[in-house]
Design a protein around this ligand. Sequence first.
Ligand code: SF4
Length: 457
Amino acid sequence: MLSSDLFELVQKYNVPGPRYTSYPTAVQLSDQYEQGELDRAFGKRRDKEQAFSLYIHIPFCFSLCWYCGCTKIITKDQDRGDHYLDYLEKEMSLVRETIHPGSTLKQIHFGGGTPTFLSPPQLRRLGALLQSYFKIHPDVEFSVEIDPRRCSEDHIKALAEIGCTRASLGVQDTNEEVQKAIRRVQPFEKTAQVTNLLRKHSILNINFDLIYGLPKQTLPLFHKTIEDVVSLEPDRFAIYSYAHIPSIMPAQKLLDENDFPSTEAKLGMLVYAINKLPDYGYNYIGMDHFAKETDELSLAIKEGTLQRNFQGYSTHAELDMLALGMSGISQGTEFYYQNEKDLGKYYALLDKGELPVFKFLSLSDDDKLRKQIIMQIMCRGEIDYVQFSDQHEISFPKQFSSELESLKQLEADGLLILFEHGFKITSAGRLFLRNIAMVFDAYLQQKNHQTAYSKTV
Ligand code: SF4
């Protein structure tokens, strides 16, 4: 059970807010941009030899999970994978022209949708395309999202052959009643089998995704899920708060709202994970991530190099990200852009020989500063005004005086401690990182924010 103080805080701070996998958030990207802005941005990118992170979105899934918030297309037609790869190749050839010929890929991630919707030969073809269009760094970190329900040993062999070293398995919850309620029935034996096969084929870094706050979930059932999953000893867990935004994700309307756990029970699940997982050797990295002591995320948090990007916490988030495929969001130091979210339009632009860009945002100096502040809150839980001011040639207390005033209320609620030269987030405050970061978000007063985000708890 939660203490009454914590429950009061939850009631007060459970408001819609971003997850801050980026700042500004994806909501701020606009389709009202000039082609010249985009051309200039690509021109600058082409001039600079650098290492990139590459994300490839595979949008197809065989069936619909009702809680899903991803951009996906439900189909059983495997040939659509070949057609999509034809277009990814066109996109690769165009993107290659917007980066320096000496630039390398230091991180590759296949996400979705369901990357293992692609058959083993299609996965091999995708690996070959990457090799022919990009320079791949010898120490590349190569990860893939896996749906254990759709992953054979041949898929895993193909992934290992093309260089994949990390896998992230969608688990969500191990209880059958919960799985039926969200229309994603995945026997635990299947998760265990895929985990073992990944290890057999030397894909050794394994993450499990869980979700708390799903229909039919209760605290005792969640405890059992934790017990089940730790028995397979993954290196990391991402334990996400279920984001209920049916106005944006219509499939969520299918869920029975009477089945949702209360806010108190939902937060109790996160608190349980934070308290219990260290007993099994997992450190709490922040917000929704846990990692074994030996995992790179644990090392990054110790060395102060932890970062956050569109995929959550990462050790390589300092790299500019190139995103390929329908709806992918590319994220750089100076600008972000998103590909067409409609598959037909994505294909049509590529048929015309154009990059399938749909929305764009050029980061202002203020965006860049606030991005640094928000990332420090999310990744380090503290800000030193002197250090920050020196690094960015500003006076933090002067430039953010109204924000520091607003932090006093959060301090009164025990979420952080304000010092003369900085502030530090308390252990209670770690449950409300999004709310603390929101104080520094310049866009939250705009009318679209209430409907665009899920609640922070
Ligand atoms: S949760 Fe994953 S597998 Fe299920 S519909 Fe969404 S993207 Fe597809």
